[in-house]
Design a protein around this ligand. Structure first.
Ligand code: MG
Length: 248
């Protein structure tokens, strides 16, 4: 079942969304050569807790941190640690907050210092693929219209769309129905209704789309070692243009 949320619920989700957006602003400020991913995690967790919310990722399925930090060929679910970021890396940060029982979730990929033009293209195309999908977040559209728009855009640049991980509904749990693949034919799946809340999150690889999980049980990497980028917002379906909840 796909829930639709009342105005009051959406207001709460928006407040959780602002906190997540502020964490991303802090990440942008602090991501630079030499910083460790554990330091970034501490900054994120402090901000989430200082605002009366709970890190949604910490303890989720046993995940040990408040952010996922995925560097270069790491796709998602990287665990923060002692690794220091280096000039030319790219790093995907994914984080979520729970406030008064309502969740928000957002991810972005950041450059570390000066990066290659190929890496910048991957970041830019991944971000824009989200916005291409967002055009179909509207009452009456079908769920896979979003998926198709993301895939078509990303592949037109020669990149590939990760198949094994998908976006999701979000509300009083971090992961709710429906699953939202970033690929597929248009015109399929449920019709979108006002009040549905979706976490749309293209994960785009510079090379092939196949991925695997490392022996830590979490970190997902590209099979071919190519770079990967991620972009996610929590968004609401309205009668008109969608509202992005994870902005400040
Ligand atoms: Mg998500």
């Amino acid at each position: 079942m796909i829930f639709t949320r009342s105005q009051q619920e959406l207001f709460r989700m928006k407040r959780a969304g602002v906190i997540v957006a502020e964490v991303h602003e802090l990440m942008k400020q602090h991501i630079k050569p030499g910083v460790t991913t554990m330091e970034l995690d501490e900054i994120a967790e402090n901000h989430i807790r200082r605002n009366g919310s709970i890190p949604a990722f910490k303890g989720y399925g046993g995940f040990p941190a408040s952010i996922c930090s995925s560097i270069n060929h790491q796709v998602v679910h990287g665990i923060p640690g002692n690794v220091r970021l280096a000039e030319g890396d790219i790093i995907s940060i994914d984080t979520g907050a729970q406030l008064e029982g309502y969740f928000s979730d957002a991810a972005k990929t950041y450059p570390v210092g000066k990066i290659s033009s190929k890496a910048q293209d991957l970041i830019d195309v991944t971000k824009q693929s989200f916005y291409e999908g967002l055009k179909f977040v509207r009452e009456g559209c079908r769920l896979s219209d979003i998926s198709h728009a993301i895939q078509t855009y990303a592949e037109s640049y020669g990149f590939s769309v990760v198949r094994n991980y998908v976006g999701h509904g979000i509300g009083t749990s971090m992961h709710e129905e429906p699953q939202i693949p970033n690929f597929g034919m248009p015109g399929k799946g449920p019709r979108l209704k006002k009040g549905m809340v979706l976490a749309i999150e293209p994960m785009i690889n510079a090379g092939h789309y196949d991925v695997h999980v490392l022996s830590d049980g979490w970190t997902v990497v590209t099979d071919d070692g190519s770079l990967s980028a991620h972009y996610e917002h929590t968004v609401t379906v309205t009668e008109d243009v969608p509202e992005i909840l994870t902005v400040c």
